[in-house]
Structures are given as C-alpha cells and as structure tokens.
Design a protein around this ligand. Structure first.
Ligand code: SF4
Length: 682
C-alpha cells in the first residue's frame, strides 16, 4: 500500500489554510493538520477537515458531455474541443466578439484565471471577462482602489492579534472565516475590545464586548455618525490626516451633517451606542477594521467601502500593526482571480485596459498587436445582454450562477436562451445542467498552481492524486480550445510555465517563483523582485496612489434600491453557514457536512413570527417581486425585527430567487444583501 501525505491549500474560504491530504493507493482518504502553516497552525474548520469527502464521488464529471436531442451525452475530448472551437469561431465571425463572454473563477488557480482572461482577450478578442468577485468584493476592489490606491486587505491575518480594538462589521467571521476568528479571539484574550455590528446576533456577535444591532443597508449612516462623534470630540489623528491624506474638508463637510441622533432612526442603533463605539475605535491606539459581504453586496457597496477607509484614515488606523482595513475574501482564490485580471476593466496586476501604454506592455509579452481597449460587461450585465439577444456564447469555468447570482429566475431564463453555453466544472452543477457542452475539470487535490488568500499570500498547491476518468486541468482545457482555434500563445506545459508569464505581466508577482513559494510562509504581494521579502502590511509609508496620499471621500447616505413597503414589509438579507460553502456544489456532496445542515431555512424574529402566526419549523412561503420559495421557518430573537435571513447555499429553496439585481454604479455589484420580501403561512 502506498501512502502519501501531501501539503496543499484548502479549497474553500479566503483564509487559505494549509492542510495535508493523506492519499492511499491513488485515493485521498483523509485530511491531517499542517502544523507549521502560518495561517492556521495545524487547525482546520469543519469544511477543511472534510475537504476530501467529495473528491471520489460517483457523480464527478469524468468525460465531456455534448447536448444532443436535448440531452447531455458523453463525448470524446476531440469532439468536444472541435465543436467548441468551431462554434466560437463561427459566433465571432457572425456576431463579433462583443457577443461572447467568459466567466473565470475564484475556485481555480491563479494560473488558470490568467489563462482564461488571456483566452477571452486574445482568442475571442472580447472585453467580456468577469468572475464571481463581482458578487462579493467587487466594491472592495473599486472602493479601496479609489481611497487607498490598492483594492486589497491592508494587514495580515496574524497581525489581527496585535489589535487593541477589533471592529467587525458585516462579517460573520466566526462562521465564515473560522481560522481568522481564532486571531480575533487571541486579540480579545490579550485585552482587545471586540465590537461587532450586524443585523443578526450571530456566532460572531456572541463573542463581542459591544454588539451593535443595526439595520441592513445603513452602513454609511452608521459610520458617518461614528466619524461625527470622532470629529466633534477631537479624536481624529490630526498628524496622519495632515501628512498622509487629502480630501479631508469634503469628508468633514459631509460627516458633520450626520450626528448620532440623525443616524439612530435610520440604523436602529441608539445614539449613545454610536458614541461608545466611535470612542472605543478611535482611542484604542490600534484598531483593526474587518468587514465582508455585509458591507460589499449593496447597490451602495462602493460607498460603504469608502466609509471603511474614511474611518480608518481619520483615526490613523492604517499602515501600522494591529490596524488596517481588512476585507475578508469569501472564496479561496477570489483575491488571486482579481489579481490575474479576470475582470472586464483590468488585465493582470490591475492594469487598466483603457490605458494604451499598459495594454501595449502586456501585448508585448503575449506577442499580439492589441487587445480590446474598452471595459467589458460584468456578470449581471452579461445576463441582461443574453436577454436582449446581444450575447450568443458564454464560457463558464467553475462557477454556478444558477445558485450564486441575484434573481435566479432571470439567470435561468438567460442561460436557457443563449445559443452556445460551455460549462467547465467538477460536478454537473445546476448551471452545467443547462449547458450545450460540459467539460470535466480537475479538483484542487488533483492540481498544482497557486492560490492567493485574503491577506495577499500567494501559496502553492500540490497534487495528491490524478483527476478521475478523463477530467483535465482547467488551464489545459482552455489552452486546447485556443490551439484548436489556431490561436498562438497557449503552448504551455505546466502551471509553473504559466506562472513565469504571470511574473512578466503582473508587477505585484514579479519577484515570486515556485521555489520561493514552496516555503510554508510563501509571499505576500507586492513582491516586485526576487530579493523582496513580500509585503504583509500595506501603506506603511505611503498609499498606493501616485502621490502617495490616501484620499477621503465625503459619502452621503443613500437607501437601498428596494425598501420595505406595505406589500413586502420585510428586509431580506442572505449569507453563509459554517458547514456549507457558496453554492454547495462541494460541501453538499460531503457526507459529514451535508449531515450537519441538510437544507435552507428562513430566520424570522420572534415577535414578527408571532404576528404572522408562524411557529419554529413551520413551512412558509417567502416572496419578493422576483420569485417565491417554500422554506422552513427558524424563529429566533437573534435577528432584528423586520429583517429575515436565508442562507444562499440551497438550490431547492434558493435565496437568490428572491434577491434583486440592482447594481452599484461603480463596481456593478448586485444588491444581494438587501431586498424587500414578505412571508406567508402555507
Ligand atoms: Fe478551509 Fe476556510 Fe476552514 Fe480554513 S477556515 S479550513 S480555509 S474553510
């Protein structure tokens, strides 16, 4: 019997925990701790501990499938690749590149995202390349880039332990990023004050020294009122503001319109509580601000993110240990997929496609004359373009919009209407079921390459086993399609070869090599040359704008796109659970995790439930202007009155049948976190 213990990276959340896969005779039979790993030091959450369970399931995709007479039937790779290559060429010739789009993925490696965006721009010559960061941290990238010059988590995970105050807003860290929560717990044990602001008294809120229950969608009002207190009481960091920032007058003008008494009826937070949280945050000496999708998934998401950096800069809580603005990325490689340019406005390294000089630099490496110099369509815009008959083909790698995207009924209508849909995945997901061609891909345990976690740490994966059946590496499949289309520049032999090209086009990764990344601590970007040690903390001396200054923005409060009314009186908010991950394509196929939570539920406040006549466990109907679902009620005092919560993992009672696709004007982020809904007793 041959036993291998292979160190690699967890396939789930943005913590990027290291784990050892135990492989016996070509099968992964378990997960063991990786004790020296710098993120998780040998500990894993339940998802990581059982990350091997879905790998050997009978329903893994093992051969390409082509739709014939309405049914997906097995095909050879030659048949599948030549069909895709000829259809892509035909659609491009007939309708033009604007009628084509690609979705990359936060679940595959940096190298594979890089190849997908290169494929879109070089082989299809389309600007329409996006991925699911659009649905989680698109507003972080836009907001932090505007204010700080770089759209990433400023400090490292370990650094959270140094904080004297941890302010968590819109993040259920203890359920969704458990190995970051350990650092928060350590900071608290060492004396830090933990403030948690969230509409739900969730697992994270229960750890707080000060829990602030506030109405979903009112983040800007809450933060502006905190800043009003800070300025009124002279608690701002005057030296920091003077030496390291600009735009303070515009911020002050807006903030001084927002006293806590103004914010109280909007947010639901008593004015004195706002004063208390402002004083703790401003006076601690080192306050770490942590947020996640409770802040970002709004039609005002960029404004919300700007408020986070305003607050941190106002109090000098940035560019130093124990502080920072720390967005927690949802998926294991959402940071990397953005870094690699799987976005419609930038190529790898956040180099704007509209800038001819930056484009020319990348084109020089790629050996092409030019690539599309306009900003392409985002995920929701692609769905709308299909509906309008303008989009004829969509190539999706490792994403499941039939569960993850807002207004799923609209998504289903679009995906059924498109001429040619290619889906590349490890299982026949709800999205793959609608495809014209399905391509079987390798899972994380079957590949090398790199993931970049939420703290910008670039880490190496190592394969423990071979892919099942005829499944192939994602990068290999894309390269084969490009070559079948007769396009040069895709003749790679390995992910390492691709990474070497990444280094040439992506300044933040230039100093990284697989050899350097093979050490457990790996490297945080930016790492501009091979002697550079990496950068765990950003903005220590200057911000990433050309003049080195951080920029304040006065941000007026705006309500969400859809407000409760007599017909739809509740605010619906959505989120994740400890035992499940995103669309459930992996965790719902892991027996242990599936056993923990079998299906979805709607949390309803005890008083609201009483008024409706709903008891715990009752089946209810939840309706919005976009759809309806039947789901079990979970009656609890832990959720704010007037708000209901549904986890979005479960296709059979899909929260996203109800959510709204209203978009943030800057980042085109849909408003997944708030819409209006009603509850009916069945
Ligand atoms: Fe995996 Fe995240 Fe859990 Fe770590 S915290 S084991 S990365 S799911």
């Amino acid at each position: 019997m041959k036993i291998d213990v292979v160190p690699t990276i967890c396939p789930y959340c943005g913590c990027g925990c290291g784990m050892n896969l135990v492989a016996k005779d070509g099968k992964v039979v378990g997960v063991e701790p990786w004790k020296r790993h710098p993120v998780n030091e040998g500990k894993l959450c339940p998802k990581g501990n059982f990350a091997h369970e879905f790998l050997h399931r009978d329903d893994r995709l093992t051969t390409p499938l082509i739709r014939k007479d309405g049914k997906l039937v097995p095909a050879t790779w030659d048949e599948a690749i030549s069909l895709i290559a000829s259809k892509f060429k035909e659609i491009k010739a007939t309708y033009g590149p604007d009628a084509m789009a690609c979705f990359a993925s936060a679940r595959v490696t940096n190298e594979e995202n890089y190849i997908m965006q290169k494929f879109a721009r070089v082989a299809l010559e389309t600007a329409n390349i996006d991925h699911c960061a659009r649905l989680c941290h698109g507003t972080t990238v836009a907001g932090l880039a505007k204010s700080l010059g770089s759209g990433a988590m400023t400090n490292s995970i370990k650094d959270i332990e140094e904080a004297k105050c941890v302010f968590i807003i819109g993040s259920n860290t203890f359920e969704d990023h458990p190995l970051i929560a350990r650092r928060v717990a350590r900071a608290k044990k060492a004396g830090a004050t933990l403030i948690v602001a969230d509409p739900r008294y969730n697992m994270t809120a229960k750890q707080a020294d000060l829990y602030v229950q506030f109405r979903s969608g009112t983040d800007v009002a809450l933060i502006n009122a905190m800043m009003y207190v800070i300025l009124s009481e002279g608690l701002e960091d005057k030296e920091f503001i003077k030496n390291r920032t600009k735009g303070f007058d515009a911020l002050k003008e807006e903030v001084m319109k927002c006293p806590p008494e103004w914010a109280e009826p909007i947010t639901g937070v008593p004015a004195d509580t706002i004063r208390e949280m402002a004083r703790i945050y401003a006076k601690s000496g080192a306050s770490s601000l942590i947020y996640s999708m409770g802040v970002t998934q709004h039609s005002t998401g960029t404004d919300n993110v700007l408020s986070m950096s305003n607050l941190a800069m106002l109090t000098g809580n940035i560019g130093k240990r124990g502080a920072g603005v720390n967005p927690l990325r949802g998926q294991n490689n959402v940071q990397g997929a953005c870094d690699m340019g799987a976005l419609p406005n930038v190529v790898s390294g956040y180099q704007a496609v509209i800038n001819p000089e930056l484009r020319a630099k990348v084109c020089g490496v790629w050996g092409v004359k030019d690539i599309p110099g306009k900003v392409g369509l985002t995920i929701v815009e692609v769905m709308n373009a299909i509906d309008e008959g303008k989009m004829k083909s969509l190539f999706i790698m490792g994403e499941n919009p039939m569960v993850s995207d807002p207004d799923v009924n609209h998504v289903e209508h679009a995906l059924k209407a498109i001429d040619f849909l290619v889906v590349q995945d490890i299982f026949l997901t709800e999205t793959a079921e609608l495809a014209t061609v399905v391509l079987p891909a390798a899972a994380y345990a079957e590949k090398d390459g790199t993931f970049t976690n939420t703290e910008r740490r670039v880490q190496l994966l190592r394969p423990a086993i071979a892919p099942p059946g005829e499944a192939k590496q994602d990068w290999e499949i894309i390269c084969n399609i490009a070559k079948a289309m007769g396009v040069a520049g895709f003749d790679f032999k390995s992910q390492e070869e691709i990474f070497e090209e990444v280094r040439k086009t992506t300044p933040q990764y230039a100093g990284m090599t697989y050899e350097r990344l093979s050490k457990p601590e790996a490297l945080h970007w930016p790492c501009p040359d091979t002697s550079h040690p990496g950068t765990p903390i950003l903005h220590t001396a200057k911000f990433s704008h050309p003049d080195g200054l951080g920029i304040f923005f006065g941000v007026p409060f705006k309500y969400q796109a859809e407000r409760p009314d007599a017909e739809y009186p509740f605010i619906l908010t959505t989120g994740r659970l400890l035992f499940h991950y995103h669309t459930g394509s992996m965790t719902r196929r892991s027996a242990t995790l599936d056993d923990e939570v079998k299906t979805g539920f709607v949390e309803i406040n005890t008083e609201d439930a009483k008024a409706l006549g709903v008891k715990n466990g009752d089946k209810v109907k939840v309706l919005s202007r976009r759809g309806e679902i039947e789901i079990a009620a979970k009656v609890t005092p832990d959720i704010m009155k007037g708000i209901i919560f549904i986890p979005f993992h479960f296709a059979e009672c899909s929260a996203n049948k109800l959510t709204i696709a209203a978009l943030d004007p800057f980042a085109k982020m849909p408003e997944l976190k708030v819409c209006s809904a009603k509850v009916e007793v069945i």
